[in-house]
Design a protein around this ligand. Structure first.
Ligand SMILES: [Zn+2]
Length: 247
């Protein structure tokens, strides 16, 4: 029998029968941990809150044969405020779906966990707009997951910055007006490029610490989402739902 302890964020929760849950927890050291939590749905269970979607808790997991189960879970934060705002809740669920897509079992995930915890905390505290939090999270997640876009200059001639440049969501490269290739690309101004560089290259502590004018944020958001969707080549149900709310 192996026993591990780790703080983690519940990113998926499934009911098993009347009383049990199967949860997926994002931990720093062990990546995703899938674990059964017996009796977790009983109202008197100490594990009820700690094994709910988006709960951040100190977990003790026990592994017998090939399956983990939750031996103990002490809740640290449940992000309750997010449940009172449908737009924030939708985004938080999208973050959970992203974590499930990008993370793996037995794979160190400290920075990704920090990213999602910070994103949820910022959503909860109203310190940044939901669209800003979403976009920064998407772009930083891509960088952390091996898809850092090449933003240091035009891919052909090296031009660092001009009033108008173009970003290809297909290959993650930027181009100046003179070197523009065929294919789908986004026309972006210097402010959008600076924001993209800032989010991909800054120290983690700083990535949410900037502001954008509304129109720059709108373009930045378009680019971040499009890049993520191009690289994953899939649909996210939670993102589709979020879109229905903001239209
Ligand atoms: Zn060029």
């Amino acid at each position: 029998m192996i026993k591990i302890t780790a703080p983690g964020l519940v990113i998926k929760e499934q009911s098993i029968g009347e009383a049990d849950r199967l949860i997926t927890v994002l931990t720093a050291q062990y990546g995703l941990v899938r674990a059964f939590s017996r009796g977790a749905k009983k109202t008197k269970s100490k594990k009820l809150a700690a094994t709910s979607l988006m709960a951040y808790a100190d977990f003790t997991f026990v592994k017998t044969k090939d399956a983990y189960s939750v031996e103990d879970a002490q809740v640290k934060e449940v992000f309750f405020e997010l449940r009172q705002d449908v737009e924030k809740m939708a985004l938080a669920q999208y973050f959970c779906e992203l974590a499930y897509e990008f993370c793996d079992e037995e794979y160190e995930s400290e920075e990704v966990l920090r990213l999602f915890l910070n994103a949820l905390w910022l959503l909860k505290s109203n310190k940044k707009t939901p669209l800003f939090v979403k976009s920064v999270t998407e772009m930083r997640l891509m960088s952390l997951s091996g898809y850092m876009p090449a933003l240091l200059g035009c891919d052909k001639c090296g031009e660092y910055e001009s009033a108008t440049m173009y970003f290809s969501a297909e290959n993650g490269k930027i181009y100046c007006e003179n070197c523009l290739p065929v294919g789908q690309r986004y026309c972006i101004n210097a402010s959008v490029i600076q924001a993209m560089r800032y989010v991909t290259l800054s120290d983690f502590e700083k990535i949410f610490s900037f502001t954008l004018k509304d129109e720059t944020l709108a373009k930045f958001a378009e680019v971040c989402e499009s890049y993520l969707l191009h690289k994953t080549q899939r649909k996210f149900k939670t993102l589709d739902f979020y879109r229905t709310l903001i239209l």
